[in-house]
Design a protein around this ligand. Structure first.
Ligand code: SAH
Length: 211
């Protein structure tokens, strides 16, 4: 379904500078229309964020593409995602061969993702809790991706990242954020790369925003 729209979306992402072929292929293969509400389904392959209910959004495909490219996902990487939302980003990580653990704080959104993953036969471990404290039980993770904007980098996430791993997180104020990629060089050292001018819904929790 939506074959032509999907081809167009990949063209758009290439034109905007996405170069990782595996990422482009995973986006091409993932049926975004299955992750958005019926009412906005005809916009599913536009390069825009869309409402998914409960005041939340599914990120713009370009944003998903750039974050996934920054994360540098390898087959069998153990990846932690904070902010399951529609499940679209998690589905792409699964497609790239990662073992995915995803946390969502909103119970209704979590339940909907759980059902959808069951229906679509997508294998990922989902949990309903505050993702700013990570998922200690399964740490360390090779990669961690946060899909909501945070005022700072939660300490627990830095700790739960494996040495050599990457953490991709939007950092900024409530209005605008910089997609920040940390590479863990040793237990104490990180290198930092920053891509400015993005806008995410807020990360709410102990080490994020207060409601
Ligand atoms: N990755 C999602 C994007 C969803 S928007 C997708 O592909 O659709 C961000 C999500 O983060 C929202 O669903 C919001 O409820 C959730 N969120 C916000 N703060 C959180 C926290 N502390 N822990 C877990 N999820 C959180």
């Amino acid at each position: 379904m939506f074959e032509q729209e999907r081809i167009e979306l990949i063209k758009t992402l290439r034109a905007k500078g996405i170069t990782n072929e595996r990422v482009l292929e995973a986006i091409y293969e993932t049926e975004r229309h299955l992750f958005v509400p019926e009412a906005v389904r005809h916009h599913a392959y536009n390069d825009t964020a869309l409402p998914i209910g409960f005041g939340q959004t599914i990120s713009q495909p370009y944003t998903v593409a750039i974050m996934t490219q920054e994360l540098d996902v390898q087959e069998d990487d153990k990846v932690l995602e904070i902010g399951t939302g529609s499940g679209y980003q998690a589905a792409i990580l699964v497609k790239l061969g990662a073992k995915v653990y995803s946390i969502e704080r909103n119970m209704e959104i979590y339940n909907r993702a759980l059902k959808l993953f069951d229906t679509l036969n997508i294998r990922a471990a989902l949990r309903c809790s505050d993702g700013t404290i990570g998922w200690e039980e399964f740490a360390p993770f090779n990669k961690i991706i946060v899909t909501a904007g945070s005022p700072k980098i939660p300490n627990a996430l830095k700790k739960q990242l494996a040495v050599g791993g990457k953490l991709v997180i939007p950092i900024g104020d409530r209005k605008g954020q910089t997609i920040t990629t940390l590479t863990k060089l040793s237990d104490e050292e990180f290198s930092v790369k920053e891509l400015p001018f993005f806008s995410f819904v807020p990360l709410i929790g102990r080490e994020g925003w207060k409601e």
